[in-house]
Design a protein around this ligand. Structure first.
Ligand code: 13P
Length: 248
């Protein structure tokens, strides 16, 4: 049995002060939640949020991690720096990083290995663009992202995959539950073929892309979907909590 995991990706939103307010509002709302709850927040919010979530079941995540241990990498943040704050999860290869900041399957692979080597849990994002989808290339793109992104990795215990169709991110367009389930099923089969049946069975795969209180239940009811990676709706305590508590 895979435990559902609902993670908020705050992206470039919330100052430290706003972050504290959001966590204070969120804490009581998710106190009895069944899924694992994670908030992935901007680097500048990490210390504040680490403090604010104390005594709750909320887990702390960052939105990226450097592939090197330390040194001349201006603007990057190392795994060791994150661990000192108490970070547990790191998002890797989000489509916005791929689109705007030159992230590739190769850098995703390096960051993922570095996270694992340092005991951080990567949430690795994959997904096709609208153009790729319309040209019928979805599976091919996903397969390449998976094979190259996870190249050389054998232990998937700490890995979470997020399937985020790029055309569904921040657009209000959601993949239908059936469609998302089918594509995540393809991801699971690809993992099975290349990394083994046990890995594929145990691996948690989230859906991400305009998940909201109104559609979370339907999406998460699907067999292959083990939670969500939430952008916009994670910025409001009530909305995020309603997604986390979709079963209630
Ligand atoms: P939205 O929920 O705003 O569509 O963002 C999804 C996302 O990119 C989460 O990583």
């Amino acid at each position: 049995m895979r435990k559902n995991i609902v993670a908020g990706n705050w992206k470039m939103n919330k100052t430290a002060k706003e972050a504290e307010e959001l966590i204070t509002a969120l804490k009581p709302l998710v106190a009895k939640s069944k899924p694992e709850v994670v908030v992935c927040v901007p680097y500048t919010d990490l210390w504040t949020v680490a403090e604010a979530i104390k005594g709750s079941k909320i887990h702390l995540g960052a939105e990226n991690v450097a592939w090197a241990d330390k040194g001349a990498f201006t603007g990057e943040i190392s795994a060791e720096m994150l661990k000192e704050i108490g970070v547990e999860y790191v998002i890797i290869g989000h489509s916005e990083r791929r689109q705007y900041f030159g992230e590739t399957n190769e850098t995703v692979n390096k960051r993922t290995k570095q996270a694992l080597a340092n005991g951080l849990k990567p949430i690795v994002c994959v997904g096709e663009t609208l153009e790729e989808r319309e040209k019928g290339r979805t599976n091919r793109v996903l397969k390449k992202q998976i094979l190259e992104g996870f190249e050389g990795i054998t232990d998937f215990t700490n890995i979470v995959v997020a399937y985020e169709p790029v055309w569904a991110i921040g657009t209000g367009k959601t993949a239908t539950a059936e469609d998302a389930n089918k594509t995540i099923g393809y991801i699971r089969r690809t993992i099975k073929t290349n990394f083994g049946e046990e890995v594929a069975k145990a691996l948690r795969i989230q859906y991400g892309g305009s998940m909201k209180p109104g559609n979370a239940k339907e999406l998460m009811a699907e067999r292959n979907i083990d939670g969500g990676l939430i952008g916009g709706a994670a910025l409001k305590a009530e909305d995020f909590a309603a997604i986390v508590n979709y079963k209630d």
